[in-house]
Design a protein around this ligand. Sequence first.
Ligand code: SF4
Length: 372
Amino acid sequence: MNLTDTIKDKRLKEVADKVANSIPVDEADAFAMLTTNSILDLGSIAHFIRQKLHGRNVYYGVNMNLNYTNICELRCPLCAFSKDKEEDGGYTLSLMEIEKRVSEAVNAGIDEVHIVGGLNPDLKLDYFEEMLARIKRIKPDIFIVAFTAVEYDYFSKLNNLPLETVFRRLMDAGVNALPGGGAEIFAQDVRNIIAPKKISGKRWLKVMETAHGLGLRTNATMLYNHLEQPRDIVDHLFQIRALQDKTGGFKAFVPLAFHKENTAIKTDRSGTTTGYDDIRIYAASRVVLHNIPHIKALWMYLGEKMAQTMLLFGADEMGATYYNEKVVHAAGAKTPDFGSEGFLKRLIMDAGMTPVRTTAGYGDRTDRDERL
Ligand code: SF4
């Protein structure tokens, strides 16, 4: 039986037909997927694509999270992590402290460091260059995924340097790839409420385009479960897809479920998503973003049980061990802040799939021009 024959829902049959014939879905199809209750049909379509791309493989990483400062000029209402400079609980890690933490994690066997932080005006570019150089000295082949598009834009302004120069200097110091944070939701009316001072969606895409042009590969994220409507999700997905058509630089798309605890966002949605919401978002993302290889279900955000379930709804990656994660836990995530490798492998094998340990480079650690 072919894919279309297995789908009962009339509207989703049209989507399945396009997918089976490798025709990109359109915005109306995306809207239909994001509002359907036929989640098993939707899951079958997303799983078809996921299996075609990755078979039974599920990727995971063994890494540490390094949140070097929580002091941030922007104080976005959506953020539970940031502090003002003089506020209790504000911190900036010294380079020595960073070295100590990375050395400990390297001794524990990590392959990758994931670095993001607040926009702290006291930290100039030399702090980051030295941070990266010290990390590479501890383990020269460690994979460094560092700084969001929002941070690169800020470094450029704060240091009065062109964006490309900032990228080149930090690549020379050791950056291997970019995480995809700061995208939130591109729709400006929602962005004005949840992150009014953050760079626009248009600027976020421009920073990513610049990174891709320099040979850096990146993730892309989308924050959902706050004030967004299905049309905003559709807009976000299609803007990402359009840039990917142009650059091919996105390796993974990562939907992030918003946690509202300790944030300033007033929404009548509860602090957690519904299972149907998660499934519709992940599966629709897999189908719309046919040109991005990986869809990540971060167990840290979704909870391990839902992340595992998502492996049948389009996701092929579980995220990583994330030793010492701070950002989502500041907003009330109930998951442990460190999942052991054994724990992640068990989740994957329990779903009848094959765990594949990787980094954000997906196995390729060659030099800058060839990597990823
Ligand atoms: S979300 Fe990022 S930019 Fe906004 S306040 Fe938090 S750390 Fe700063």
